[in-house]
Design a protein around this ligand. Structure first.
Ligand SMILES: *[C@@H]1O[C@H](CO)[C@@H](O)[C@H](O)[C@H]1NC(C)=O
Ligand SMILES: *[C@@H]1O[C@H](CO)[C@@H](O)[C@H](O)[C@H]1NC(C)=O
Length: 448
């Protein structure tokens, strides 16, 4: 054994003695034996003779298989002492080097097979899906929260970045306040509290996004402290919409065929990876009235396609998903459709005529693409060409958007009810949609 290995070995033994002491004081469950700890300590592997040293493989926690059960509350998985989620790799595995710690935050009682009373704990990777906490070796899925963690939607000081429109929009952040001035953000919203319109939602997607956690239950939408004076449940109810749209029953609206206005997610549930992130998407500010037949039709295809594109191209993208315009009343096109009025009887909660999604390559921020979809199942193709195409279409130039023209063809056969989509250069859309951050005016290169 050479000197440096001997020194290391002695320090390992010292650490084990300390671990043993902790265990003796707070015996929980049997810990690993000494030999095992030596082999697993700090990512080093010592073979039987104690002479050979090599880097051991990291812990890998599969997002689908190795997290707590859907009926349990999972902690926030954080890079220790930061505001960042520890996101999975491109294979959908949370990868933590041996001997390194991940922070698990519950805010209340983080449990390790039993109650600890701790807001947050750091657990250290031993091997595979096994982690060390307080001298015990536990499966990663054993760390759960004793009660649900609540996300918040906070109004920020700043107005929407580079906003050029003269309205009263503000930036809001959605996420978890984890104390000590740390806020773990899941998305950012540009919202006008006076008209109740969310111009856009901002979030990031990476190749890991395609591995979003499945089987996370849909939550109930929450106003999260906003929308005071409005009964959001009622505003989105079918009977309320029917009273506004009029027409004979089944003519303009039909619950069975998806002809009603749903709470259309801007940041989709499935755009977010962990259950805690997904839950935070169910806030009313991250939604806008969207025809369900379009929401579940071409818009859902667009969401899937962007996730797959990001995964296949191995890039991280900044995503702006927003709303534009106002859908006209089918029977009186000079009047715009809205779902509520404010205390002064002014129209609020406009039904947007368009939903859009802008993708920007994070590493090359002049590269991007804008996708736009029509939110009006009653519009004819001629009306769409006249009034709903607001930028220069380029989808023919983009190989990964081949599905889009096909989707439009299929939709045409079913009277365009499933929606109608097209693509534009980002700078072109940003010239029209003035609420988008002004730096998007510089995004001329196509993300293909
Ligand atoms: C995080 O901060 C705590 C408290 O300051 C400290 O004990 C811990 O070692 C830090 N963790 C890491 C991984 O730096
Ligand atoms: C989250 O909100 C619920 C209902 O408002 C409340 O009962 C619960 O205690 C809150 N949880 C935490 C950790 O604050």
């Amino acid at each position: 054994m050479n000197i440096s290995v001997r020194v290391l070995f002695i320090s390992l033994i010292a650490s084990i003695v300390i671990l043993r002491e902790i265990r003796a004081r707070e015996a929980i469950t049997p810990g690993p034996d000494v030999g095992q700890i030596i082999q697993e300590f700090d990512g080093l592997h010592i073979d039987g003779t104690g002479t050979a040293l090599e880097r051991a493989s990291p812990c890998k926690v599969d997002v689908q298989k190795d997290l707590p059960q859907p009926n349990q509350v999972q902690p926030l998985y954080l890079r220790p002492n930061t505001t960042q989620y520890w996101l999975p790799n491109a294979e959908g595995q949370l990868e933590i080097p041996r001997g390194s710690a991940i922070e698990l935050y519950c805010g209340y009682d983080t449990m390790a097979g039993m109650s600890t009373g701790l807001e947050s704990m750091e657990v250290k990777c031993l091997h595979d899906t096994h982690f060390e906490w307080d001298g015990s070796k536990l499966e990663f899925r054993k760390f759960v929260c004793s009660q649900s963690i609540n996300y918040t939607v906070e109004k920020m000081e700043s107005r929407c970045r580079g906003i050029r429109a003269l309205d009263q929009s503000h930036l809001y952040r959605v996420g978890y306040d984890v104390g000590d001035g740390r806020f773990v953000q899941t998305m950012e919203l540009c919202h006008d509290p006076h008209t109740l319109r969310t111009h856009y939602a901002f979030h990031q997607m990476s190749p890991a996004s395609v591995h979003y956690q499945m089987k996370v239950k849909r939550s109930k939408f929450r106003p999260a402290g906003h929308f005071q004076g409005y009964d959001m449940e009622k505003i989105y109810s079918f009977s309320h919409q029917q009273s506004l749209l009029g027409g004979s029953p089944g003519e303009l609206m039909n619950q069975k065929t998806g002809m009603f206005l749903a709470r259309g997610h801007l940041v989709a549930k499935a755009d977010l990876i962990y259950a805690s992130q997904q839950r935070s998407s169910f806030n009313y500010m991250n939604a806008a009235p969207q025809w369900q037949i379009f929401n579940g039709g071409l818009w859902a295809n667009l969401e899937d396609a962007t996730r797959k594109f990001v995964a296949n191209s191995g890039i991280t993208v900044n995503v702006y998903t927003g709303t534009y315009g106002q859908m006209p009343l089918p029977q009186n096109p000079s009047v715009g459709l809205h779902l509520a009025t404010d205390a002064n009887n002014r129209n609020v909660m406009a039904v947007p005529s368009l939903f859009y999604r802008v993708l920007i390559d994070k590493a090359q921020p002049r590269r991007g693409i804008a996708l736009v979809g029509v939110n009006n199942p009653h519009a004819t193709l001629a009306q769409i060409h006249d009034s709903y195409v607001i930028c220069d279409r380029i989808e023919e130039q983009v190989p990964w958007l081949r599905w889009l023209s096909k989707g439009n063809e299929k939709s045409k056969l079913s009277n365009l009810k499933k929606g109608y989509l097209y693509a534009c250069p980002v700078s072109d859309l940003a010239r029209v949609v003035k609420e988008l951050p002004s730096n998007l005016l510089e995004v001329h290169e196509l993300l293909t």
